[in-house]
Ligand binder design. Structure first.
Ligand code: SAH
Ligand code: SF4
Ligand code: F3S
Length: 457
């Protein structure tokens, strides 16, 4: 029996892909290992979205080399978006990588892992670091082709959580936001068959999973055999046993009134929306090729708040995009003050080789210190708003789905609005909906107090 350890970086799509990989490996008799030291195969499933994400992976793969000392037969592979981006050049990095595999090739995992072992012959042991890397690289394997039909249909994912499940409905991306590497490492958009998605959700419900999150890079551009996202969302929301449905990330451009209507009408669709805006000035949005204006974005926020008062909103924003003037940056701060997001993921622009933004005039690139200062300023503005909004919720009693044990004892769960709450309760409550009074907040999470359920009659 072989054991596989997969360490995941990046977005929910990558977490979901790791679950698919565990599923594919399980069919060939692999079981998941709890830690890398116990594994025959270590896979690092990577992200390429920012340089920082890639540097972390290089550091981590370097660290994992120590495991070869005790287990020279271990196979170390790098999968995912950074694997796709760097390809063969990764093989000789960070002490040596045995296999590099892109996001469309996971069905080949068991075969390619076997091939790695045959090809490399006796493991590279007790070599000087540089020789080790070169030796491993020379025998290493790369599997990088895109497959426009690969949706991993028929693979049963081995999921980490039995409470909340990621359900990919789309892979790749047809947008070409000028800063973004995703279309180049994941290929064009491809959508799964709606019946296969519904079957998967029904199977999850039958297994007692109460919450699903539909996933796609531009999840609301989903379109397959006459099905669009409002129709699919409505059907998923009505699967018996499913009590919470979320979807991420929608693109503002494909965000329609029809979708708002379904969200508002279906009680199991969580009143929570992550709608990435990226910037608060039309000139920046245009250079980013986001294909909407600030006014259009704000109009959609209005639709949503009108139909679902109190809905929780979150977003992604990039500061320091090439050509961003101080006026444009101030406009982003104004947008954040106007919308008042419950949560926001805030980034400094990171240049990605091969993306269109790298060809903007060099003299327009924002100096790093300026980018850093803008990011700090934006974080400060957002945090103050977020703290106010969270503080306003203290004292309320809300329904929480208990997800797992808390890091410092007790349990942790989420509210319908996707807010994290930790509270004292037995682990037996994992998977249950309970009422919790929010007693305090750090400004980003809550501490709560369980309201004991009345004894069943
Ligand atoms: N498909 C999603 C985004 C996936 S990437 C969407 O379109 O909403 C997650 C976030 O990373 C993006 O929303 C963006 O804010 C950020 N991001 C993407 N490329 C980046 C880059 N080159 N530098 C900094 N942040 C970036
Ligand atoms: Fe990247 Fe834009 Fe596609 Fe999102 S929509 S993955 S930001 S190209
Ligand atoms: Fe990163 Fe790939 Fe997701 S680049 S953000 S892991 S799609």
């Amino acid at each position: 029996m072989k054991r596989a350890y997969i360490e995941t970086y990046g977005c929910q799509m990558n977490i979901s892909d790791s679950e698919l990989m565990h599923g594919i490996l399980a069919e060939q008799g692999y079981t998941p290992a709890d830690k890398p030291e116990d594994a025959d195969v270590i896979l690092v499933n990577t992200c390429a979205i920012r340089d920082h994400a890639e540097q972390r992976v290089i550091g981590r793969v370097g660290q994992l080399q120590q495991i070869r000392r005790d287990n020279p037969d271990v196979v170390i592979g790098v999968t995912g978006c950074m694997a796709q981006r760097m390809g063969e050049s990764l093989l000789g990095k960070a002490g040596g990588v045995d296999m590099v595999m892109g996001p469309d090739a996971y069905r080949q995992l068991p075969d390619k892992l076997a091939e790695v072992v045959t090809r490399r012959g006796p493991a590279a042991v007790k070599l000087a670091p540089a020789t080790q890397a070169a030796t491993i690289a020379a025998r290493g394997l790369t599997v990088l082709g895109f497959d426009p039909h690969e949706n991993y249909e028929g693979v049963t994912a081995k999921r980490i959580s039995s409470v909340s499940a990621w359900v990919p409905i789309q892979r790749g991306c047809n947008y070409r936001c000028t800063y973004c590497i995703v279309p180049y490492v994941r290929g064009d958009e491809k959508n799964r068959d709606s019946q296969a998605i519904l079957d998967e959700v029904r199977a999850l419900a039958a297994d007692g999973v109460p919450e699903v999150t539909l996933l796609g890079q531009t999840v609301n551009s989903y379109e397959h055999g006459g099905w669009n996202v409002p129709r699919l969302l409505r059907e998923v929301a009505r699967v018996p046993g499913i009590r919470r449905v979320r979807f991420t990330s929608p693109h503002p451009n494909d965000f329609t009134r029809e979708l708002v209507e379904v969200m508002a009408a279906e009680p199991t669709v969580c009143k929570q929306l992550h709608l990435p805006v990226q910037a608060g000035h039309d000139r920046t949005l245009k250079r980013m090729l986001r294909r909407y204006t600030v006014a259009e974005y704000m109009e959609k926020i209005e639709w949503v708040r009108e139909a679902m008062p109190g809905i929780a909103l979150s977003t992604d924003i990039i500061v320091g995009f090439p050509g961003e003037t101080d006026e444009e940056y101030q406009a982003t701060l104004d947008l954040v003050r106007a919308v008042r997001f419950d949560d926001a993921f805030l980034y400094k622009y990171s240049e990605r080789d091969g993306t269109p933004a790298t060809r903007l005039p060099r003299d327009q690139f924002v100096p790093d210190e300026v980018g850093q200062a803008r990011l700090a300023g934006l974080i400060a503005v957002h945090r103050r708003i977020q703290a106010e909004m969270y503080q306003a919720e203290v004292g309320r009693t809300v329904e929480v789905l208990v997800e797992k044990e808390g890091r410092r004892g007790g349990v942790q769960g989420r509210t319908e609005s996707n807010k994290v709450v930790t509270f004292e309760a037995p682990a037996e409550l994992i998977g249950y909906f309970v009422d919790v009074t929010l007693v305090s907040t750090t400004g980003a999470t809550f501490t709560g107090e369980l309201i004991p359920a009345l004894a069943a009659a």
